[in-house]
Design a protein around this ligand. Sequence first.
Ligand code: PRP
Ligand code: ADE
Length: 181
Amino acid sequence: MSIYGDYIKSVIRTVPDWPSPGVNFRDITPLLQNSSAFRKLIDSFVHRYQEMDLDAIAAIDARGFIIGAPVAYELGCSFVPVRKKGKLPFKTISQTYTLEYGQAEVELHSDAFRTGDRILIMDDLIATGGTMLAAAELISRSGGQVVETAAIVDLIELGGSQKVREAGHSVFAVCSFTEDE
Ligand SMILES: O=P(O)(O)OC[C@H]1O[C@H](OP(=O)(O)OP(=O)(O)O)[C@H](O)[C@@H]1O
Ligand SMILES: Nc1ncnc2[nH]cnc12
């Protein structure tokens, strides 16, 4: 959690029963609309990672791009998109993962990193952890070193961040939500 964690959390909106009954959707659009909150969010990440000697930020399609690009710009490191299947034009490596219903696939350009590059993976939110784990697997397979995985929100009760940690990766989240919040 960052020093701005409680404030950032207070500007995230919960939309009950969206996109389906029983889901509490954690909507970051009010946070993005609030320039002061968005600046604090990006500054939190920059502060945490400025001494970590990162080579690149690998951000996950689509909401991960919103935070990954400004953080890469501020840190002066590369920005690498981890995209949903079928969006990247060059040679790709891909990783399938399990969603609540069915499977999905993320892809990375095969020349995105050099062996040993220090990579931070960024996404807006960790729920079951499937997306973050698939991205980490892709980075590792392409020779990158996953320094940390980072998100704005951790839905702790869904167990995703725990799974990512059990796979050997460090996890940083600016704030977290329990189901009843
Ligand atoms: O931890 P998980 O259970 O894998 O879920 C988290 C992922 O789900 C959401 O993305 P979504 O696939 O809805 O795509 P979007 O960013 O394009 O909205 C979110 O942005 C994360 O990437
Ligand atoms: N509850 C949730 N809120 C926002 N994004 C999500 N992605 C997966 N689960 C989510």
